[in-house]
Design a binder for this molecule. Structure first.
Ligand code: NI
Length: 190
């Protein structure tokens, strides 16, 4: 059975859910109050079923205006708290860094839109995909309407080769729009 402890993190109220054994420890020590909840996150307990062992709490100093902008985004995007928002910002930056290093193993998607009535275009795109079959994990083809097709390719491989493949596909004459979405294999991201 869990109980909830509250503590203030600067101006933000954060809710931490504690497992029974942690609660009992706090009760035994007579510290079952707001300030006692502060070390919860670094004691290796459970929060919403997620193992929090290894979490480290630290303070960040930033300009008031910057923090206000962050808080506006947190509300707009529905983040549960500042920590989750900042963790996501860091993960996004790490994905960018991985993609900037050519030999990192990455994942992502390439989306292209083209007119399949253009002579030879479908064959050329298919040929390019077959040439890189080792990198293309999956392809979804959607017949958007009479003329236009949309293809989404899930890719996985070395960053430089993945970007090169995206450039080649998007750069094919007749491809009306193309977009590379960079993501991660998940390894290295907590
Ligand atoms: Ni089609």
């Amino acid at each position: 059975m869990n109980i909830a402890c509250y503590y203030y993190n600067y101006s933000m109220l954060t809710l931490v859910s504690l497992p029974a054994e942690v609660r009992q420890n706090f009760q035994r020590s007579g510290r079952i109050n707001a300030s006692a909840a502060l070390p919860c996150a670094i004691m290796g307990n459970k929060l919403g079923g997620t193992d929090l062992s290894g979490l480290i709490r630290f303070g960040i100093s930033m300009e008031k205006e910057l923090l206000q902008r962050l808080d506006q985004e947190i509300v707009k995007r529905g983040y549960p708290n500042r920590s989750e928002a900042i963790r996501n910002l860091i993960r996004n930056q790490l994905v960018e860094i991985d993609w900037s290093r050519g030999d990192e193993e990455v994942a992502g998607t390439i989306t292209i839109i083209y007119n399949h009535h253009v002579k030879g275009l479908s064959d050329l795109l298919l040929e390019l995909q077959h040439r890189h079959h080792g990198m293309i994990v999956s392809v979804m083809h959607v017949h958007l309407e009479h003329e236009h097709c949309l293809e989404v390719m899930v890719i996985k491989g070395k960053a430089a080769e993945a970007r090169d493949l995206a450039d080649r596909l998007i750069g094919v004459k007749g491809v009306k729009h193309g977009k590379l979405t960079i993501s991660s294999t998940g390894a290295g991201l907590k």
